[in-house]
Design a protein around this ligand. Structure first.
Ligand SMILES: Nc1ncnc2c1ncn2[C@@H]1O[C@H](COP(=O)(O)OP(=O)(O)OP(=O)(O)O)[C@@H](O)[C@H]1O
Length: 634
């Protein structure tokens, strides 16, 4: 890991604007936990060793036969800290991409949230983490010298963190990366042995490569410190007995392995022996990982084989609907030289995946019954993802339906389907639901009025995924799911609750005449007009026909250009609403077709607005509304 300096030809380059903003913030930071810079450097160095170890397995040209390690050396006289690793290193392009731009989504989010107010911005550091750039909290200038494994040229990157950096060729005998920090005057504390040792044990004890610390140039009493000594535990945390690991150590490992900045909400640590042998250490995050809704839906659990890192991308270790989980699976059965391609459709991986998925599901079930509050927090963050399993994972559909929690008209909290069924009314045979994209709006939907007035509970399903799983899950324990915005509502069999206000209805004959007139006015804009039993407060609403696609689903497909046009809806009118009663009363009059045309359109357009639809002809709507108001006020 030694390095010699030569006179390099250097090139000055500007940081990406976002990086400059970030660096400005770092340089002037008043963040109190500046010590995290070392955690970030060690984490990167350990990842670099893991990467090279893996690449050397499949690329014989890279066989190094060496021991990996991270060396921290302090030169007290020169006021520098050097963090050196013998990992994979970087070539020129990688240096520019990694330390000149913002490649990570986490950091990009950080920069987007920056306000310019340093007190507010400082709090963001803890929330997002800032990776390598955090070195500028403690260093005036930084020199990175690196040589990519397999390359002959080394590169040096130098910066004071102010707008530009310099890059040029360098001399470096061994592959890997050396990072030299010229420590700021006010960051002297980080030159002390006890301080550095303490930081390593706090944040990086679990790192599986040995980390050594040596302090040079101290006074006589520090002579002993000059010798590099291993300061971390060094054993893979997942291989240690649970009883030896503290909650803090688990949490630090979670942050390292998951590139996360939150605390883990829950962990699972166990070992399997027998037919298959592997160790699992998985975490459920508290907050949604940045890439949760990334279309690639990649599983991020790291696969190790006999402690050697193999891959953390697309290993099929967990299904897509558990992609929020972070952690490690270490197999004893896979061959060490397994390539990433071989991992796809691999029977050993498939067996592990099945068993681990069952274990996670079992754990979630236990939490749901024994630690409800914790489970509901997890569900609030990740329920929308877990529900993908209901339509994707047929074999586990019933189990997932049992586990799932939903909002409903029965209060604000979560309910299980089993609890919903237990609350069903005598004559109720279906599980009613409404889907859409906003819980508050759904709760105000006119279509659920008649259900509420009959004491019938309606599930409120605000996630886009709800429309999909409902396609694949027609019932729960024999009780079919029924959309309240589709088909005739068959509510007439169930009496309104005693507390529901009894309202006079327009006579049936008048309503029939009005319906005929409305059909004539609206033509093919509606597929039918009928009297509604699902409305109590609102004059009209739209529903899909019995055979039509659910309206929320149709809107979703249309928004994603999966449907060219939407089908005409059924317009339902409320015979006990004042406006409908007046219209019904006038519908038989001479010339009614003419005089009621505008009001009929208004009733229809109102229903469309309530659905959040845009009107075909807003100016006609405005004209009719003005004219109706004018007449009403005259
Ligand atoms: N010692 C190193 N050896 C090889 N590559 C490195 C080293 N340090 C940093 N890098 C490269 O620079 C990239 C950016 O590092 P940075 O610390 O900013 O973010 P990160 O490590 O990707 O994310 P996080 O901080 O969330 O772990 C890394 O992903 C890695 O590719």
């Amino acid at each position: 890991m030694s390095e010699t300096t030569a006179e390099p030809k250097t090139e000055k380059m500007g940081f990406e604007t976002e990086v400059s903003r970030l660096l400005h913030m770092m340089v002037h930071s008043v963040y109190s936990d500046r010590e995290i810079f070392l955690r970030e450097l060690i984490s990167n160095a350990s990842d670099a060793c893991d990467k090279l170890r893996y690449e050397a397995l499949t690329n014989p040209g890279l066989k190094t036969g060496k021991d990996f390690g991270i060396a921290i050396t302090v030169d007290k006289a020169a006021k520098t800290i050097t963090v050196a690793d013998n990992g994979v290193g970087m070539n020129r392009e990688e240096l520019i991409a990694n330390l000149g731009t913002i490649a990570r989504s986490g950091t990009a989010n950080f920069v987007n949230e920056l306000t310019g107010d340093s007190k507010k911005d400082v709090q963001l550091i803890g929330q997002f983490g800032v990776g390598f750039y955090s070195v500028f909290m403690v260093a005036d200038s930084v020199v990175v010298t690196t040589k990519k494994a397999g390359d002959t040229t080394a590169w040096r990157w130098t910066s004071t963190g102010e707008g530009t950096y310099e890059i040029g060729e360098a001399e470096k005998a061994s592959e890997g990366t050396n990072i030299v920090l010229n420590i700021k005057d006010d960051a002297d504390e980080f030159l002390e042995q006890y301080r550095l040792k303490n930081i390593v044990t706090t944040y990086s004890d679990h790192i599986a490569v040995p980390i050594t610390l040596a302090i040079k140039g101290g006074d006589e009493a520090d002579k002993e410190a000059e010798e590099a000594k291993v300061v971390n535990n060094g054993s893979a945390i997942w291989a240690r007995p649970k009883s030896d690991i503290t909650d803090e150590q688990y949490a630090e490992f979670y942050k390292h392995v998951g590139h996360a900045f939150d605390e883990p909400a829950h962990r699972l640590h166990y070992k399997v022996e027998g037919m298959q042998e592997y160790t699992v250490l998985l975490f459920i995050p508290t907050a949604k990982p940045m890439d949760l809704f990334d279309p690639a839906r990649k599983n991020r659990v790291k696969l190790y084989v006999k402690r050697v890192f193999i891959s953390d991308e697309g290993t099929d270790l967990l299904p897509g609907w558990l992609r929020f989980m972070r952690g490690v699976v270490d197999s004893q059965d896979l061959p060490l030289n397994v390539s990433r391609e071989m991992l796809q459709n691999n029977p050993v991986v498939a067996r592990m995946s099945k068993a681990i998925t069952n274990k996670v599901l079992g754990e979630l079930e236990t939490l749901a019954t024994k630690e409800t509050e914790k489970f509901e927090k997890i569900w609030t963050e990740f329920g929308a993802v877990i529900k993908e399993g209901i339509y994707e994972d047929f074999a586990r559909r019933d189990q997932l339906l049992k586990l799932a929690r939903f909002k409903s008209t029965n209060g604000d909290g979560w309910t299980s389907l089993a609890d919903y069924v237990a609350r069903m009314k005598d004559k109720q045979s279906k599980i009613y639901y409404i889907t859409g994209l906003d819980e508050k709006n759904l709760r105000r939907s006119p279509q659920i009025e008649g259900f509420k007035s009959r004491g019938l509970e309606v599930l409120i399903l605000p996630d886009a995924v709800d429309d999909f799983w409902l396609q694949g899950a027609p019932d729960f324990e024999g009780k079919p799911f029924a959309s309240v915005t589709r088909g005739s509502s068959d509510l007439d069999d169930i009496a309104e609750s005693d507390t529901a206000e009894k309202k006079d209805k327009a006579p049936e004959g008048e309503v029939t005449t009005l319906i005929t007139l409305m059909k004539e006015v609206l033509g093919d804009k509606v597929s039918d007009v009928r009297a509604s039993s699902r409305l109590t407060e609102t004059a009209s609403c739209l529903v899909a026909s019995d055979t039509g696609m659910d309206m929320a689903m149709e809107r979703l497909l249309k928004a994603h250009n999966q449907l060219d046009s939407v089908t005409a809806k059924v317009l339902e009118i409320n015979p006990s609403h004042g406006l409908i009663k007046t219209l019904a009363h006038k519908a038989g009059d001479k010339g009614a077709l003419d005089s009621l045309t505008d009001p009929v359109w208004l009733v229809f357009d109102q229903a469309r607005i309530l659905e959040g639809d845009t009107l075909d002809d807003p100016s006609a709507f405005a004209r009719r509304l003005s004219s109706a108001l004018e007449k009403g006020l005259a």
